[in-house]
Each structure stands twice: as C-alpha cells, then as structure tokens.
Design a protein around this ligand. Structure first.
Ligand code: ADP
Ligand code: MG
Length: 255
C-alpha cells in the first residue's frame, strides 16, 4: 500500500477527516518552512480538534433538537439568585455525565429551568456528547409510537446509548397511566447507565398527582434522585423583569 493510501486508511480508522483534508497543504508548508516534527504533529491534530469543536458540536446541537439556543454566558445570575452559579458552572464541566448522574431543575414558570437545561445540553454537545431534548409530552408520544410498533425495548436501548437525555416540562400536563408508565420506563432504562436532565414546575410532592399514581411516582423519583443534583429555582418569572408587579409606580415621562 502506498504511504498516501495507508494514511488515508488511518485517518478513516481514526475518524479524522479534517486532518486528512489538511494534510497535503500542511505537509507542504512544513517542508517549505522546515517545521519540527512536533510542530507539524501539533498543527495536524489542532486542525482536527477545532473542526470537531465547531462541526461536531454544531451537528450534535442540531441533532439534539433544542427548542432554542441558550448559553450559560447569557444567564443573568443577579436576577436568578436562588441557584448557585458555582454549582451550575461545575455541572457544566460535565462530570455528572461520567458519573451517570441526573440534574433536576424545579421551580415556577419563567425562572430559567429550560434555559439552564439547554445551556448544559449545549455544553455536552460541544464536549462531544450526544444529547436529545424534548418535553415530557413529546417523549411520551415518541415512546408510545415505539410501543405501538413493538419496538419499545429497542428504542429504550437506543436512548440508553445517548449520554444525555433532557426531559423538559414534567408536570405541565398530567399523565394518563400509560404515559406515566412509559416515563417510568425511560427513567428506569437510564438508571445508573446514562444521565437525565429533567425540569418541572411542580415539587416532587406533587408528582404523585402528575403521574396519577403515587407508587409509580415514588418509584420513579427514587431512581431519579438517587444520583442527582437537584436545583430549586425560586422567584419571579424572568419574562416579567423590570415590570412593577404591584402597579406602575415609575414616574411618568414629562410631556
Ligand atoms: P422556565 O423553563 O423555568 O419556565 P425559561 O428557562 O424558559 O423558564 O425562561 C423564560 C425566558 O426567560 C427564556 O427566554 C430564558 O432564556 C429567559 N431567562 C430566564 N431566566 C433568565 C436569567 N436568569 N437570565 C437570562 N435569561 C433568563
Ligand atoms: Mg421551561
């Protein structure tokens, strides 16, 4: 095999297409400018890494189907004081994914639960971790579909290989028994295998009502919180910031 063909083979095996594309030009430059071997290796590897960070991250972000893009950088920590910035920034280091731990965000509407869930999910995507985002209602519909087609087990196994699944808005709509059961399956299938981020506007004490069954709800919450970071967000909706909720006491502009 020629050296070029062998290199092509190695790049494919290593899944490093950007390095493969960059190689001829980089090698030419390295020869012309008499680079050290180390400098050449660094340039080649750095090309692949930055391409992965931009393209890989971007394609994983698209594949995750976030409803919008939110970042930790745009989160206003002075508005939302009930959640510790340090803790969220620590979560953003993604150790919880390695530990197969969960993150639960609880709090009233508008307090930033979905924002933080997306922002953590985007960090995971950029760090090379596949992520899947949907609301609880959407997850149930998907699993129901799989169940009807007799491939629920396969679908749960497939999801088990996705390092981060985000279930947004648990509790906005109460579940019927079948939906509750499917959600229980999803949580169980991932238990100690892969991470979940879940958000809910209801405290755990109200989950029995959401799931229409205290036993199912308790069993699910048990698994969910066994290895989990629970963030309770408090306060007013961010959407209402700057609005004086007790009536407009601001001075009227002079006419
Ligand atoms: P929740 O999911 O808790 O109902 P969201 O995360 O959807 O609330 O927040 C509602 C809107 O307000 C979103 O557009 C979100 O980006 C924004 N938002 C909420 N909290 C903050 C914050 N502390 N800093 C910046 N934007 C915020
Ligand atoms: Mg939300």
């Amino acid at each position: 095999m020629s050296a070029t063909a062998e290199l092509g083979h190695l790049f494919r095996a290593l899944k490093a297409p950007a390095a493969a594309r960059a190689l001829p030009k980089l090698a030419e430059r390295a020869r012309a400018e008499e680079w050290s071997y180390e400098r050449f290796a660094e340039a080649l590897l750095a090309t692949e890494r930055s391409s992965r960070e931009s393209h890989g991250g971007e394609s994983r972000i698209r594949a995750a189907r976030f409803p919008s893009r939110k970042t930790l950088e745009e989160f206003d920590w002075s508005f939302q004081r009930s959640v510790k910035k340090d803790l969220v920034l620590h979560l953003a280091q993604l150790d919880f994914l390695l530990g197969k731990e969960n993150v639960i965000l609880l709090g009233p509407p508008g307090t930033g639960k979905t924002h933080l869930a997306i922002a953590l999910g985007m960090r995971a995507c950029l760090a090379g971790q596949r992520t899947a985002f949907a609301t609880a209602t959407e997850w149930v519909a998907r699993l129901l579909d799989a169940q009807r087609q007799g491939r629920l087990e396969a679908e749960l196994r497939r999801l088990g290989r996705v390092p981060l699944v985000i279930v947004d808005e648990v509790g906005y709509v109460p579940f019927d028994p079948q939906a509750a059961n499917l959600m229980f399956h999803l949580v169980s299938a991932r238990y100690e295998r892969a991470s979940l981020i879940m958000t809910s506007n209801k405290p755990f004490s109200a989950w029995g009502e959401i799931f229409g069954d205290d036993v199912v709800a308790t069993a699910m919450v048990d698994r969910l919180i066994h290895h989990a970071e629970i963030l309770s967000l408090k306060g007013d909706s961010y959407r209402l910031r700057g609005k004086d909720l007790d009536g407009d006491r601001r001075p009227k502009p002079a006419e």
